[in-house]
Design a binder for this molecule. Structure first.
Ligand code: HEM
Length: 123
């Protein structure tokens, strides 16, 4: 029988010594494969415990690569389990950025004014 894994359970396998990923709803244990991967370990580690369907397809992996997945297969995703919500990195606060730009513009205006003042006083 196919073993079902929840998103939460899969997400825990995200380290160098224990790395799973989801591709097309199936769960693959890439731990041993990691060092053989022609595309390097880093890309796999970055996607550890996550759904790598998109990135895997984007590379345009060969049929051989797709075949290799068979050996790494451990089960299917339990689609009824709660998905992992990843919080996007906080965007830099616009107000802070705005203030920063304001100070920069003010400094430039002051420098420009000083230059104009200098040349006006030359005559
Ligand atoms: C367990 C899943 C994966 C397997 C079995 C696998 C297998 C392979 C194989 C066999 C190749 C050699 C080229 C080919 O035959 O297509 C390759 C290349 C590559 N893979 Fe993967 N891969 C996997 C997942 C990923 C993921 C998730 C990424 C994320 C971006 C990735 C990125 C790459 C890159 C960048 C290359 C190098 C392409 C090149 O330099 O031509 N792979 N992979």
């Amino acid at each position: 029988m196919t073993k079902l894994y929840s998103y939460k359970e899969i997400a825990e396998h995200n380290s160098e010594s224990d790395l799973w990923m989801i591709i097309h709803g199936k769960v693959y244990d890439c731990t041993k494969f990691m060092e053989e991967h022609p595309g390097g370990e880093e890309v796999l580690l970055d996607l550890g415990g996550q759904d790598a369907t998109g990135p895997f397809a984007d590379i345009g992996h060969s049929d051989d690569a797709v075949k290799m997945l068979e050996d790494l297969y451990v089960g299917d995703v339990d689609k009824d389990s709660e998905p992992i919500v990843r919080v996007a990195a906080e965007p830099a606060s616009t107000t802070t950025g705005g203030e920063g730009n304001g100070v920069l513009i003010l400094a430039l205006v002051a420098v420009a004014a000083a230059i104009v003042f200098y040349f006006l006083n030359q005559k």
